[in-house]
Design a protein around this ligand. Structure first.
Ligand code: SAM
Length: 276
């Protein structure tokens, strides 16, 4: 008799804390274990905003999609060079793991540069919400000089990863990565200059930051800047950011990785388009 209310309670807990597809898959699962979800896929804020892991994270038998996050070290090949990335999912959360959007953006940039469609030599380049720094390292290995930025709380994992690759691939890279703090919630005035290329991978995920993120992008861009965002659109509300961006830039989807569910958008100043 007592079993029934207990099951209902667990189901409602997961329905309210995890309303994405993952929540649905839990509800339809016949397995006798509790599923879990990343804060992003649950639509919750990330762990860095709180000193405690999200209450939605009830690890019992970790599902396979979490497996890459739980690896302490991952290895990638960028421009033919082997790059090692340290991850600290349990301690630091979303900034301390490599998201698919970063992998797809790194691959995309490599293609664009190799085919000559994108020039990065002699360009000023900044990455927002760089996390573990994979995209910034991809840029440096392609010959670009990039300022890799994130919030204060995320700088340690970013610096650790850049340093870990300094004696390896980054030593012989034609470009370089410089790490700096840039919190969209604060003013971007420290960056008095604008940038030719503004990059971001999986940075559209907290609705409350959208207007500040947009202000940051506007502050860092000029009429000739190009913004390239690699996105996993998890919820309708995420597309709202692209609409907001579209008020100041001409935004186009330039690439889709269907297998990974990632879209890449490029945005250029409306003035640039008008003057073409
Ligand atoms: C989902 S992670 C993506 C990390 C990395 N770009 C990747 O794709 O692997 C989102 C990133 O946005 C950063 N972020 C969130 N809010 C921010 C803010 N207000 N200012 C700067 N960065 C922020 C997080 O610290 C984190 O590194």
């Amino acid at each position: 008799m007592l079993m029934f209310p207990t099951i209902i309670t667990i189901l409602s807990y997961f329905q309210s804390s995890c309303q994405g597809d993952i929540g649905k898959s839990f509800l339809s699962s016949k397995q006798n274990h509790q599923e879990t979800c990343t804060p992003l896929d649950c639509g919750a804020d990330d762990k860095m905003s709180s000193s405690h892991p999200s209450s939605a994270l009830v690890l019992y038998a970790p599902p396979s999609f979490l497996e890459p996050f739980q690896q302490k070290r991952r290895t990638f090949k960028l421009s033919g060079q082997v790059v090692h990335i340290h991850q600290k999912w349990n301690e630091l959360g979303v900034a301390a793991v490599v998201w698919d959007a970063a992998i797809v953006l790194s691959e995309y940039l490599e293609q664009e540069v190799l085919t000559g469609r994108l020039k990065i030599n002699d360009k000023t380049i900044i990455e927002l919400g760089a996390g573990t720094g994979l995209v910034s390292m991809a840029v440096a290995l392609l010959g670009g000089y990039v300022i890799s930025t994130d919030r204060q709380q995320a700088l340690s994992i970013l610096e650790e990863n850049i340093k870990a690759n300094l004696d390896g691939p980054l030593e012989s890279a034609r470009g370089a990565v410089t790490v700096k703090k840039l919190d969209w919630e604060e003013s971007a005035q420290e960056f008095s200059n604008t940038f030719d290329l503004i990059l971001g991978a999986d940075i559209i995920y907290i609705e409350e930051t959208f207007s500040k993120l947009l202000s940051t992008i506007k502050a860092l861009s000029s009429n000739s800047s190009k913004v390239i965002l690699s996105c996993r659109i998890r919820y309708d509300r995420d597309t709202r950011f692209l609409t907001m961006l579209g008020e100041f830039f001409t935004v186009s989807k330039v690439y889709t990785d269907e297998a990974r569910g990632i879209d890449i958008y490029e945005a250029i100043s409306v003035d640039t388009v008008a003057n073409d």
